[in-house]
Write a protein that binds this ligand. Sequence first.
Ligand SMILES: [Zn+2]
Ligand SMILES: [Zn+2]
Ligand SMILES: [Zn+2]
Length: 290
Amino acid sequence: MTVQIFLFCFIVTSVTMPSLPSPVVIHNLVEKKLPLVEHDKPKVVAHRADPKPTPSLHLEKSREINAKPCKPHRPDSCSQNICKQYSINLKMNKAYFNFRYNKCFCSQCYPITKADYFTVAGSIYTVPRHWIRFGLQIDQTFAESKQIFKQWYTTFYGTSKGKLESIINNRFVPMPGDHLLSNEIFTTRLSDKHHVYTSPSIKYACLKHVCPVDIVNIHSEWYDVQIILECKQNPEGIVKQHGYRQNVCNIIPDNEIEWKTDRRASIIPYGLLIHVQKHRCTKECINIHS
Ligand SMILES: [Zn+2]
Ligand SMILES: [Zn+2]
Ligand SMILES: [Zn+2]
C-alpha cells in the first residue's frame, strides 16, 4: 500500500511538473521501492478523455502482465478468439511473441470507465479500444540500455499482414527502401520515401491508406481485419504535423496527429494489435462473400 501511495505521489508530482524528463533520481527511488517491478516497466499515467479532473488518477502499465483470463461474457462481444485464430493463420514463429503481454481492449475486457489515454515520457497516446494486443519479444539489452519503456514515446504503426513478419524480424520499423534480411526491399504506400510515419492516436493509425483491411474467412464467417504495431519510439527526431484528415481523434489534436521520423532504428514494435469486425459486403464483393 505504501508503494501505491508513493507511486500516486510520484505521478501527481510528475503531472504537475511542467516538463519531463523527470530527474533520474525519482526513477531510481521508484525502482527501489518496487521490488517486483521489472526493468522495462514504464511510468505511465492513465487519463479519461473527460476534461474534468479525475480523482482516480492511477498508474497503468502498458506492458502490464495479463495474468487473469478474461471474465466470461457474451460469446460474440469479445473478438479474442477470432483475433487469435487470425494471428495463428499468419503462421509466424511463436518465438516472436511474448504472450505475457497480451491484452484485450474490447468493451467487455476494457470497460468504458477505464482510461482513454495514457501519458508516458510526457507524451500522450490513446488506448487502443476495440483492439487486441499480442505481446512481442523485444531486444532486452537494447530496451534496458535505452530505457525505452520510461524514456520513449508510445506510438502506433499501421501495416498489413504481408509486411508484418519482415518488420518484426527486423526488430525496428524499416525505412522505405531498406534492403531486408529476407532480400525484399521494404516499401510503403506513402509517397514520402524518406520517413517512417506513426501516430500516438490509434484512430489515425488505422486509416485505410496506411492500414488496409484484410477480408478473411474465420470459422465460416467473413471478417474485416486490420493490424497495427504498438511501438516504443525515440522522442528525438520526431516531426509532428497535421494529418491528411481532420477530426479523426477526440484526444490528440489535429496539428500533431501525424508523426514522421528519418531516424533509423527509432521505432521498436512491442505489440501486435489486431482489430476484427464482421464484414459487410458492398456491391463489388457480394458475389465473393456470400
Ligand atoms: Zn474477453
Ligand atoms: Zn475482449
Ligand atoms: Zn464482401
